[in-house]
Design a protein around this ligand. Structure first.
Ligand code: BV8
Length: 253
């Protein structure tokens, strides 16, 4: 692994780095992934809980599911991987985190530039988008078990997350596309690379010959385009990668 870490460090010693993360990033904070055997979708059908149709069918069920996940995410702490990524801000000139996660653990770890492709569980908005897409933050009553009425139009409110069949927030998506186009390398942590259009950002990076380093305990769809696959857990491997990068840069200067 040491030789792979040194190879990865050389690839990531750049001016502009994108760190692209998925649910595996937060696994070592005690939060479930989606598609692992013990994952979120093992006991909850995505179309019932993470789709507009599911919310329309049973808003209370969906709202309670998110309220429970919100409590888990609030109780969770950023792990050593989140903290190592935040420390990259001081090491490299321009670091942007593009995450599919809704737990805000990157922000809590101290990362300064975070693009949330799929929104945040700590924000909620009117389900009718009555005034465009204002998000009413934060959720006033974390113990809230019933969907709150929109203070403007009285319709039900909903978590400010992107469900299946919904467009990603245009401003966030455009920002992510620009960061991928402008970056020199991408560090990919804890994603199966299954969900689109998020994963397409990585294929864009590869088609523009950006270096790509992946951290995951097992090979994924992305591994075929990764220059280096560091097989390991985010909470252990990302700190080791940060140490290798510091060592490499010290050796250079
Ligand atoms: C859209 C909500 C278009 C928030 C989520 C067929 C082909 C291609 C696409 C589609 C298709 N059919 C339908 C689609 C589109 C669909 C899609 O991609 N479906 C997939 C499943 C096939 N996408 C959409 O619907 C998107 N919208 O396309 O709209 C459109 C066009 C016109 C008009 C209107 C609309 C919206 C997608 C967003 C859905 N929302 N979540 C929430 O509740 O959290 S998806 C969900 O998946 C999460 O956001 C999650 O982040 C995301 C990606 O999953 P991962 O993060 O990768 O997690 P996963 O469990 O899969 O993998 C975890 C990885 O971690 C594994 O590799 C594991 O090995 C690793 N790991 C485990 N332990 C560790 C670890 N890594 C490191 N350390 C560890 N310790």
């Amino acid at each position: 692994m040491k030789a792979l870490l040194q190879q990865a460090a050389r690839l990531l010693d750049v001016q502009r780095l994108v760190v692209f993360t998925g649910a595996g990033m937060s696994k070592d904070s005690g939060l479930d992934t989606f598609r692992d055997a013990d994952g979120v979708w093992a006991n909850n059908a995505p179309q019932d809980y993470a789709s507009p149709e599911g919310f329309r069918r049973n808003p209370r069920k969906v709202w309670r599911w998110y309220a429970q996940r919100r409590r888990q995410m609030l109780e969770a702490e950023p792990n050593a991987g989140h903290k190592a990524i935040a420390r990259l801000d001081a090491l490299l000139p321009h670091v942007t985190v593009i995450t599919q996660n809704i737990d805000e653990l990157h922000q809590r770890a101290g990362s300064s530039r975070v693009l949330e492709l799929h929104g945040s569980v700590h924000r909620y908005k009117c389900s009718k988008n009555c005034r465009g897409t204002p998000t009413l933050t934060p959720v006033p009553e974390l113990t809230q078990e019933e969907p709150l009425p929109c203070p403007n139009c009285g319709a039900l409110t909903r978590p400010d997350v992107v469900w299946f069949g919904e467009m990603l927030p245009a401003d966030v998506w455009e920002g992510a596309v620009l960061e991928i186009a402008a970056c020199d390398a991408v560090l990919v942590v804890g994603t199966s690379g299954l969900v689109e259009p998020a994963a397409s950002l990585l294929w864009r990076a590869k088609s523009r010959r950006k270096a790509l380093v992946e951290v995951n305990p097992e090979p994924t769809l992305i591994s075929s385009i990764a220059d280096v696959l560091l097989q390991g857990k985010a909470g252990e491997t990302v700190p080791a990668l940060l140490a290798a990068l510091k060592e490499y840069r010290t050796g250079l200067h």
